[in-house]
Design a protein around this ligand. Structure first.
Ligand code: HEC
Length: 102
């Protein structure tokens, strides 16, 4: 009986916890849709999600500079990461999520 109550409590609590941890669902959804294919595995030298060493050289860069680079695209990185309908704010949130995990 106690176990059943415990499990029930967890199923109620988990979605709430997931929603309050880390980036907003919209950012995670954009990431999964447009960026994960390359950035999850580091395809073509892409900095991987939250990998601290990959992002070290970019940590002190102005997010606006990174945004400009992302918009334009470079080397293996397609313009806007192929998220053509992402706003600047969307991309800035994605950059923050990828670099800092928030
Ligand atoms: C087709 C593969 C691919 C996709 C899709 C992709 N990227 Fe990239 N990205 C790369 C590669 C490769 C690099 C590293 C390029 C280099 O440094 O030579 C990179 C680098 C970056 C960087 C580092 C910029 C810097 O100043 O060094 C950011 C930020 C970034 N990507 C954001 C994104 C975002 C946001 C998305 C999704 C909206 C995305 N990327 C989708 C391949 C990709």
């Amino acid at each position: 009986m106690a176990l059943r109550i415990h499990t029930f409590g967890l199923t109620l609590l988990l979605p709430v916890l997931v929603n309050f941890c880390g980036a907003p669902p919209k950012v995670k959804q954009h990431y999964a849709q447009h960026c994960a294919a390359c950035h999850d595995i580091g395809a073509g030298g892409a900095p991987t999600l939250k990998a601290k060493t990959d992002w070290k050289i970019r940590r002190n860069q102005d997010p606006q500079d990174i945004l400009r680079a992302v918009r334009k695209g470079f080397v293996g990185m397609p313009p806007s990461g192929r998220c053509t309908n992402c706003s600047d704010d969307d991309l800035l949130a994605l950059i923050r999520f990828m670099r800092d995990g928030v």
